[in-house]
Design a binder for this molecule. Structure first.
Ligand code: MTE
Length: 362
């Protein structure tokens, strides 16, 4: 089934499974991404779920396993939060310029969106199931969706996990709305996990099973995919146990406009982009028009919401010539972005300073 209800400027990266995102110019037009521009990242076709016959189980290392319908869930406290969802593969296209990244979707800067999420508190559900909170540093909470992944002829559900310590964070939710409307099928209707501050892969859509266990999920998308390897490791050399299991997002930013290699008239040039911190808050965005020799500060727009992105703009006064524009975001712990891309064979977590070239010509 093709992606449903998206804006005409939505760039379909793959029809089925549905994958795509807004054009970068339209993405930064508003602080909350409208659902019709919100990126979609799915590893299998969208399952169509009848809400009336849907239920969720909570199993594993809990005193009281649960089986919950949507009607049962309404008794749990609700949580709302404005936050970004960012795929670990966002900005892969720049990494691919260094060396090929086979078998992965080549995302530009659009595999991120900012939404207003609301749903049921995961911590409250886990407490009702009698999870052992004193073991929060040892236990993991695994999730499975209702979609069916096919690999080498075998079918299995998409799955992932987070540490119990994160699952008990009061902002982690079983979301049923995005931007005050029920989730659309492609975004996880009727219920999905939303884990603020973590890579999108952990926010399991169409979630149907929650399993408390003493190790991370063995699902392909936790044990194999979404692991970070050093640049000297090629897929054939990878020891999958050794890869860094990705979770928390790093500080990142992108330049949205002007486009790379644009030709613009002399005078004021408006440079716009987004910055994300993964939960600490964006403290500052610097912009350079001379390839990183000197830097000035961009204006941060909108509200300071630590899990959301911060849109920014910088007005540069440019005479005729060639310019190499860079940006770098800082979070409130003074973490910033590396100047150079650190390649990895899966093309994850590109948070290098974004760059564009501009020609200013009268
Ligand atoms: N959940 C299921 N069940 N199946 C998936 O393929 N993709 C994950 C995550 N949850 C996925 C999933 C990835 S990689 C990302 S980035 C986000 O969902 C994307 O969520 P979205 O499509 O709502 O933007």
């Amino acid at each position: 089934m093709p992606i449903q209800g998206k804006h005409p400027t939505f760039r379909v990266v793959e029809e089925n499974p549905p994958n795509g995102g807004a054009s970068i110019e339209t993405l930064v037009e508003q602080p909350i991404t409208p659902v019709d521009r919100f990126f979609v990242r799915s590893h299998a076709p969208t399952p169509i779920i009848d809400a009336a016959s849907y239920w969720l189980t909570v199993e594993g290392a809990v005193k009281k396993p649960l089986m919950l319908t949507l009607a049962d869930l309404v008794h749990f406290p609700r949580v709302s939060l404005t936050a970004v969802l960012q795929c670990a593969g966002n900005r892969r296209v720049e990494m691919q310029e260094i060396a090929p990244i086979p078998d992965e979707l080549i995302w530009d800067r659009e595999a991120v969106s900012s939404g207003k999420w609301s749903g049921y508190s995961l911590a409250a559900v886990l407490r009702t199931a009698g999870v052992d909170e004193s073991a929060a540093d040892r236990l993991h909470v695994a999730f499975e969706g209702l979609d069916q992944i096919e690999k080498q002829g075998a079918f299995f559900p998409y799955g992932s996990s987070i540490p119990l310590s994160k699952a008990l964070d009061p902002l982690v939710m079983l979301a049923d709305t995005l931007n005050d409307a029920p989730l659309t099928p492609d975004h996880g209707y009727p219920l999905r996990l939303f884990v603020p501050g973590y890579i999108g892969a952990r926010s399991v859509k169409w979630v149907a099973r929650i399993i408390v266990q003493d190790a991370p999920s063995e699902n392909y998308y936790q044990a194999r995919a979404y692991k970070l390897f050093p640049p000297n490791i090629q897929p054939e050399d990878a020891d999958w146990e050794q890869g860094l299991m990705l979770g928390e997002l790093s500080v990142n930013s992108a330049i949205a406009t002007p486009q790379d290699r644009a030709i613009v008239p002399p005078g004021e040039v408006l440079i716009k982009g987004y910055a994300i911190s993964g939960g600490r808050g964006v403290a500052r965005v610097d912009v350079s028009t001379d390839a990183g020799v000197t830097w000035k500060q961009a204006a941060l727009l909108g509200d300071d919401l630590p899990y959301a992105w911060r849109l920014w703009e910088y007005r540069a006064d440019l005479r005729e010539g060639d310019y190499h524009i860079m940006a770098r975001a800082w979070d409130t712990a003074a973490n910033t972005q590396p100047e150079q891309i650190i390649w990895n064979f899966k093309g994850y977590m590109n948070n290098a300073c974004p760059r564009i070239r501009l020609q200013v010509k009268g």
